[in-house]
Ligand binder design. Structure first.
Ligand SMILES: NC(=O)c1ccc[n+]([C@@H]2O[C@H](COP(=O)([O-])OP(=O)(O)OC[C@H]3O[C@@H](n4cnc5c(N)ncnc54)[C@H](OP(=O)(O)O)[C@@H]3O)[C@@H](O)[C@H]2O)c1
Length: 325
């Protein structure tokens, strides 16, 4: 490597480091979970995908606040390990595991039925489970897998639990989206694979756009019920999210991840929307990783698109025919 080239690499690295330090310094002013005294004794919360990453830290915080905390996971083994870890860390015995594969609508229905039978109330629902990097594939139910996991599963689950949440109002729904929604398109034909997104990046971005469109329409439909719905961007977070990418991308992610937020920091904006007093009456909004209320991209604020997506999602999940049973 030539000396000038080496120097420019060093310069680049120094710039990244300074930027990362500046970002960290700015975060110091951000809201922190310990700043909120909210106690959740007597309340029930569900966090999907809570066995690792952001979801585990959200569940940990809610359990620390004494909520009956339900970890909704697809793996019994990984889920049970997280339950035991959270019980040990918080001393809260009311941390439990319920199994759901969020990409499978039959599994979502079974899970929701079990919750409605077992739980008297539901105060907080965090739709956190998500994947990226999956190749295009159609599930046995005729849905595209990434769209089913990140968007249609949470859509169905939320709808099936709405009556329980309305009966527990005030209650809150938090949908974990991403800054990546700006690169997405809300094409309803992607949901069933009738049309294919350009690549898996496009799929992921589109599901995150749909998370916001869904939240906005949901909030509109929930007006006056005491149940709020907001979406958040957790930031760029060091988790297992890149596990489906090839080794080179994973290596680059893990080298650069020293500059990213930890999973605990990445949980902050979700916890903020789930428990903070200042968000109690806010609904249909999008928050960034510093817990600031910000506008998502223009496509994420299109009421026509929100309605169209909702209606197609109802049709694809069978919500209209079978109702909420
Ligand atoms: N990390 C980031 O930089 C970042 C940035 C923006 C947004 N997000 C969003 O944050 C959320 C959490 O991601 P993370 O970063 O914490 O990733 P993660 O560490 O990979 O955690 C993802 C969680 O989702 C679960 N999950 C995946 N597919 C599932 C399915 N079919 N059924 C049930 N659970 C399923 C995983 O369970 P298994 O362990 O069993 O697979 C895991 O518990 C996602 O919605 C993601 O899109 C992350």
């Amino acid at each position: 490597m030539e000396l000038s080239c080496f120097g420019s690499h060093l310069g680049w690295a120094a710039c990244v480091l300074v930027l990362a330090l500046l970002l960290r310094a700015r975060r110091r002013g951000a809201w922190l979970p310990r700043m909120s005294p909210t106690d959740l004794t007597g309340k029930t919360a569900i966090v999907t995908g809570a066995n690792c990453g952001i979801g585990k830290y959200v569940a940990l915080d809610l359990a620390r606040r004494n909520a009956r905390t339900i970890l909704a996971c697809r793996s019994r083994e990984r889920g049970q390990a997280a339950v035991e870890e959270i019980q040990r860390a918080t001393g809260n015995p009311n941390v439990l595991l319920r199994i759901v594969d969020i990409s499978n609508m039959a599994s979502v229905r079974r899970f929701a039925k079990q919750i409605r039978q077992e739980e008297k109330r539901l105060d907080i629902l965090v739709n956190n489970a998500g994947v990226t990097g999956l190749p295009f594939s159609i599930t046995s139910e005729g849905l595209e897998r990434t769209f089913a996991t990140n968007y249609l599963g949470p859509f169905l689950l939320t709808n099936l639990l709405l009556d329980t949440m309305k009966g527990s109002a005030p209650a809150r729904i938090v949908n974990v989206s991403s800054f990546r929604h700006v690169g997405g398109t809300a094409n309803v034909k992607h949901l069933s694979g009738e049309e294919r997104p350009k690549n898996f990046d496009q799929s992921y971005n589109s599901t995150k756009l749909m998370n916001i469109l869904f939240t906005n329409e949901l909030a509109r439909r929930l007006q006056g019920t005491g149940v709020t719905a907001n979406s958040i961007n957790p930031g760029i977070v060091r988790t297992e999210i890149m596990r489906h990418f090839n080794w080179l991308v994973r290596l680059l992610f893990s080298i650069t991840s020293i500059f990213f937020m930890s999973a605990e920091e990445g949980a902050t904006s979700t916890i903020y929307c789930a428990v903070s007093e200042e968000v109690a009456d806010i609904t249909g909004k999008y928050f960034d990783s510093d817990c600031r209320l910000v506008l998502p991209c223009a496509a994420a604020r299109d009421p026509g698109l929100e309605r169209k997506l909702w209606e197609e999602s109802e049709r694809l999940t069978g919500l209209t025919e079978s109702g909420r049973m």
